[in-house]
Design a protein around this ligand. Structure first.
Ligand SMILES: Cc1ncc(COP(=O)(O)O)c(C=O)c1O
Length: 479
């Protein structure tokens, strides 16, 4: 039998459960026996797997048995030096990789439209970030990846940077030319850290974009739970570097993750790896056929447009529809929910569906979903969509005060118009394009202020900026 067709950790748990063990250990639910009320029905089965570091079940932080075997199989599948199971999402992987690769005051190059866990990692590591503006896709009305030209220029300006931190693909599944970017960074001995939260399945091969692990990234973090059949929070960190110390990654994971990691989550990671291992050409053909069928159904609805990836360079599991009618993206999403169709996210224009990674013969209620979507979106009056204001921003930018200084400064709220030349104390992210317009620690220039006011006037949506709707911005008191 192929070694990959085993699931050592899940197997060890089942072996344990089959002994009908009597628990005098944590957790307090004692394999689900101590429970009351409604939850019992749902939890009964899974709580048998929710155990602790018992004999035969290994220890995530010092693995030498079933967990080590499961992680080794994972590393073999992804062809990397070492893979780690994560029980606190890509969030903890991103924190650990940045902390392991960077030291205080290091200059690091960071794709600006990154997840907040990367921004938090920069703060914890007390580094000096240089932000790289991503390209904007006008058809999708969203930010994609960074260009090779931006990365090359950033490396020319900051040749001593200690890391390049990228996000690949973006939330909508758009990929970019990661290979040449990684090569360029490596030419300058700069390690590349990739948040590939949405790409754990990319190693299946075309038409999926290549994974960062195949393209030479030093560390790649993946939310297995986002696209593989793994439990929420279950994620992977793949280490494949001559430039970063593996023991440092291990040490940070130990510090940042629970000392009581969830066995159901870890076992689901073992099973997700097993699922991926057996994914063959017939499965892929079946999946792509189902994707085609679903997209074709959506394409018959006049109120929406199904977006295509530029140059077909994107994740086939991600299907994005864009409004052509009077409803904006958020309203479209709400409308779908009235029919019991729950999607991954909405922005002012788009709604994102994440398709299941089906294998041959697996049923998914696509026909029913298509019928319901058509029923709820039919007869919506079409409306000409307005063009966005294009945000003109610097391709490469730095903070004006560093994280250490920020932590000592007081903050106060000012009317937006009075905030000119102040240092922003909050991160303001307009959607679209989902790229921070202002980051905590950046100077509020007249251009930024004008863009902010024009976005507010056009009814744009924001993340961050708790007082923005009242026309106020939080700034640092610097004098
Ligand atoms: C690009 C990106 N990175 C990291 C994360 C965090 O992942 P997790 O939920 O696995 O902690 C997310 C979550 O949505 C994400 O979209």
């Amino acid at each position: 039998m192929d070694i990959q067709s085993k699931f050592p950790l899940y197997g060890a748990l089942i072996e344990h459960v089959n002994k009908k063990p009597i628990s005098f250990h944590v957790p307090g639910h004692k394999s689900g026996q101590i429970q009351q009320g409604d939850g019992r029905h749902f939890f009964e089965q899974i709580l048998w797997l929710d155990v602790t570091e018992l004999t035969g079940l290994d220890d995530l932080h010092a693995p030498e048995g079933a967990i080590l075997k499961a992680e080794t199989l994972l590393a073999e599948l992804y062809k990397v030096q070492k893979s780690f199971f994560l029980v606190n999402g890509s969030t903890v992987g991103n924190l650990a990789m940045v902390l392991a690769a960077c030291s205080e005051d290091d200059t690091v190059l960071v794709q600006r439209n990154c997840h907040k866990s990367i921004l938090n990692a920069l703060i914890l590591a007390k580094v000096r970030p240089v932000f790289l503006e991503p390209e904007y896709d006008p058809a999708w009305k969203t930010a994609a990846g960074v260009s090779f030209a931006t990365v090359r220029e950033a490396i020319r300006l900051y040749p001593n940077a200690k890391a390049l931190i990228l996000t690949h693909p973006n939330y909508y599944g758009m990929a970019f030319d990661l290979e040449t970017i990684i090569q360029e960074a490596h030419l300058h001995q700069i390690p590349v850290l990739v948040d590939e939260a949405h790409g754990a399945h990319f190693i299946i091969g075309q038409p999926f974009p290549a994974s960062a692990v195949e393209l030479g990234a030093d560390i790649t973090v993946q939310s297995a739970h986002k696209t593989l059949p793994a439990m929420t929070m279950g994620s992977f960190l793949h280490f494949n570097s001559e430039l970063i110390n593996e023991n440092k990654v291990k040490a940070y994971l130990e510090m940042l993750q629970s000392s009581s990691p969830s066995y159901p989550i870890m076992a689901s990671l073992d099973l997700a790896r097993y699922y991926l291992t057996g994914y063959n050409k017939t499965d892929l053909a079946y999946l792509l056929e189902k994707v085609r069928y679903f997209k074709e159904t959506l394409e018959t609805i006049p109120a929406i447009k199904v977006l295509e990836f530029p140059n077909q360079f994107g994740d086939s599991l991600k299907i994005t529809i864009q409004t052509r009618c009077e409803l904006n993206g958020f309203e479209l999403q709400k409308r779908l929910e009235t029919e019991g169709i729950y999607t991954e996210l909405a922005d002012p224009y788009n709604v994102l569906f994440i398709f299941p990674l089906l294998k041959e013969g697996q049923h998914y209620p696509l026909k029913e979903a298509g019928f319901k979507i058509k029923r709820t979106l039919r007869d919506l009056p079409l409306m000409k969509q307005k063009k966005d204001d294009k945000l003109e921003t610097n391709k490469i930018s730095e903070l004006v005060i560093n994280f250490k200084e920020m932590s000592c400064l007081e903050e106060h709220a000012l009317h937006i118009k009075e905030a000119l030349n102040c240092v922003c104390a909050e991160t303001i992210i307009p959607y679209p394009p989902g790229v921070p317009l202002l980051l905590r620690g950046e100077r509020i220039t007249s251009e930024k202020l004008e863009q902010l006011m024009s976005l507010l006037a056009s009814g744009a949506k924001f993340q961050g900026g708790c007082l923005i709707k009242q026309g106020m911005l939080k700034v640092f008191r610097t004098t």
